[in-house]
Structures are given as C-alpha cells and as structure tokens.
Design a protein around this ligand. Structure first.
Ligand SMILES: Nc1ncnc2c1ncn2[C@@H]1O[C@H](COP(=O)(O)OP(=O)(O)OP(=O)(O)O)[C@@H](O)[C@H]1O
Ligand SMILES: [Mg+2]
Length: 355
C-alpha cells in the first residue's frame, strides 16, 4: 500500500496547516548549541533518549514518512554514528552513500548524500559502525551541523544513538525540537532523565564556555562558575542554585542564563507503556523532577502503545505508517506533530537566542 493512501482529506486539511508553522517557525535554538553560520528554514527535530532498542529509529523513520506524505520536504538523517540502521526502517538494505562519506571528506556537500526512499522522505544514511561517534573531529562536526542547517527542507529529522557523548548531545542541541524517548523500565527512564540533564549541562558549557558565540564568553569568572557547577551536577546540586549565585555574583549574565534555561525544552515520548495510570505518573515524574532539579519545562508528547502490526512492519522493512496510514503509529505521529507546534511557537518568539 503506497503512501498516497495517507493523503486522506482529513489529514490534508489538518496536518499541513500545523506543519507549516513547525517548518517555518523562527529558529530559537539555532546558534545556541554551536552558533554556527546561517540557517535554512527547516525545522530540525532530533530523536534521542534512552539506549537499548526503545523505538527511536522506528519513530524517526515513521514520523518522516508521515510528514513527507503530508506535503513536507522531509530529510531523515541517521546520526547514530555507532549503530546506524535507520535505512532498514525505510526498506533500504544497503546504502550507496552515507554520512561517513561526508565526515571522511569523500563528499564535500551534504546534499550529495541525499538518497530518495520509496516512502517519501529523503535519507542521509548512517555509517556501518566503522566510524565511532567519539572519532569525529570537532571541526568536521561543526561543519556537519552547519551543513545540516542549510539543507533545503521543511523538516529535518535526526535519529540519534542512545549515548550521551558530546557528539550526540551536540546533534541533539542543534534541533529546535528535541524529543527524548523512554520506555517504562526504570533503567530506560533514568537514562532519559540523564539525557535531558546532560543535554542542558552541555548547552550551558557551550554558551558560557570558550566556544560561546556570546560576548559573555569573555567573563572568565562567570564561565568558571558555570563550569564548576556542571562538573558537580551529579552530586545533586540544583540549577536553581546556579541561578541564585549568578544573580548575586554576576548579575550581567543572569538574563542570558535564564533565557538559555527556559529555551531548553525537551519533549518526552513514552513507548510501549504498561498501564494507563502508570504512564501518566511517569510522564509527570519526569516533568516534576526536571522542574525541581533543572528548572526546566518538559512537555509530554504522549505514549505509543506496543502494536504487533508495528513489529511485523519492522520485520518486513516497510515503514508502518506507509503500510497502515490509519494505524496506531500514524495516529501517534499526528498527535505528536500537533503537540510540537504550539510549544515551538510559544517558545520561539520571546526567547530568541540570536547572538
Ligand atoms: N510501539 C512499538 N510496537 C511494536 N514494536 C516496537 C514499538 N516500538 C519499537 N518497536 C520495535 O522495537 C525494536 C527496536 O526499535 P528501534 O530500533 O527503533 O530502537 P532504537 O531506540 O532506535 O534502538 P538503538 O538505541 O539501538 O538505536 C524495533 O524492532 C521496533 O520495530
Ligand atoms: Mg536506533
């Protein structure tokens, strides 16, 4: 069954309108992660979170198919550098070109790596694990982020690995919309919370550290206060205590700090929940602990139930949304997109972080 089937009147009427907003909203966080270069108008969504086969690539691929079928030029990028397999979720068994070709300078332009897929989105596939995430040269990573932002697209979806290496965090921070996935296993949601936390710490270090695009980088005492806080955050210190100290000792940096914190707004997704009450309780717990410890808002985008048909689609290497345009995953993508749009619109305007 082709994706044309997806273009039901209902979807065409409801989804593109919200996606127009998603695609063209000003880029709040662009520059906050790296501060590099000019941007295209693409809305970047990064899907990260816990490790261990929890559905990140499944969601990335199917959200891409869903958005492409609704008229968005959509590019999927596999940045799970250590364990890339997004192509399998799009029916591609082996890749002619992949991100390694850019990272190892065999291709100068990211556009040259774009591969069409049978299901709508364009794909930049990932390497076969030869190039470990830790091995990318910093300058090449910045070049990759710059090139990503310039890709001609309405939406770019980045599939991330489940680790918290600097590379992974920087890819995550390059997105306007950062999705953090988890299941209800304690190991998984602790991972997810940790991902949220270290993502914020990485952003603070980059904004206030030596790579900062802001003039406050010259304030070495403030930079070292932030650096020390980040180094000690594992010992249970709250971000509120950093805000208090900056207010008292470096008031000139307070506004930027508050803007950085409030613009960092992860969106959680719970996959394969086990009980209705429990799932709401877990979402709430993640929200509350993030507010208490990190002083940030976390938006819950909803839960995706386990579905045997999803499993079967994966086995057949066909995106579930293409096989079942009215199925549970397509409905989830629809809700997810509707949940992202108003939040993005709300945080984009007053908190623009352009240097
Ligand atoms: N809601 C669901 N219903 C049925 N199967 C699911 C569901 N979510 C994920 N799966 C299946 O779980 C498996 C693992 O998913 P996936 O590869 O997307 O995880 P991942 O988080 O990307 O893993 P990794 O960290 O290794 O990259 C896949 O076979 C996928 O189809
Ligand atoms: Mg994956």
């Amino acid at each position: 069954m082709g994706v044309d089937k997806m273009m039901t009147t209902a979807q065409v009427e409801t989804v593109p309108a919200s996606m127009t907003t998603l695609a063209t909203a000003p880029a709040t966080d662009r520059g906050a992660a790296g501060g590099e270069g000019e941007s295209s108008q693409a809305h970047i969504i990064a899907i990260g979170g816990a490790k261990g086969g929890i559905g990140k690539s499944l969601l990335a691929a199917n959200l891409g198919v869903y958005l492409a079928a609704n008229g968005n030029r959509t590019v999927l990028v596999d940045l799970d550098l250590g364990g890339a397999n997004l192509h399998l979720f799009l029916g591609i068994w082996s890749l002619e070109r992949k991100i390694d070709d850019f990272l190892e300078k065999r291709f100068a332009h990211l556009e040259e790596l774009l591969l069409p897929t049978k299901y709508g989105p364009l794909l930049i596939g990932g390497g076969g694990g030869a190039l470990g995430a830790a091995n990318i040269h910093h300058a090449r990573k910045l070049k990759l982020l710059r090139a990503l932002r310039k890709l001609r697209a309405d939406v770019i979806i980045i599939d991330l690995g489940g680790d918290t290496s600097f590379n992974m965090l920087d890819f995550y921070l390059a997105a306007q919309t950062g999705v953090v996935m988890t299941t209800m296993d304690p190991a998984s949601y602790l991972d997810a919370y940790n991902f949220i936390k270290v993502g914020l710490m990485r952003r603070l270090n980059r904004i206030f550290g030596p790579e900062s695009p802001y003039r406050l980088q010259k304030d070495e005492r403030l930079a070292s206060l932030v650096r020390d806080f980040v180094a000690e955050v594992g010992s249970g210190r709250r971000v509120a205590s950093l805000v208090d100290r900056v207010a008292a000792e470096h008031p000139q940096g307070l506004q930027l700090l508050q803007r950085v914190i409030s613009a960092y707004r992860p969106r959680t997704v719970i996959n394969m929940p086990t009980g209705e009450n429990d799932v709401a309780a877990l979402a709430e717990r993640l929200r509350k602990v993030s507010a208490r410890m990190l002083s940030i808002e976390v938006d819950y985008l909803g839960e995706l139930a386990y579905d045997d048909l999803i499993h079967q689609s994966t086995q057949k290497l066909v995106p579930h949304v293409a096989r079942h345009p009215e199925g549970s995953l397509a409905r989830f993508c629809e809700r997810m997109v509707a949940g992202i749009t108003p939040v993005t619109a709300a945080i984009d305007s007053p908190l623009a972080l352009s240097a």
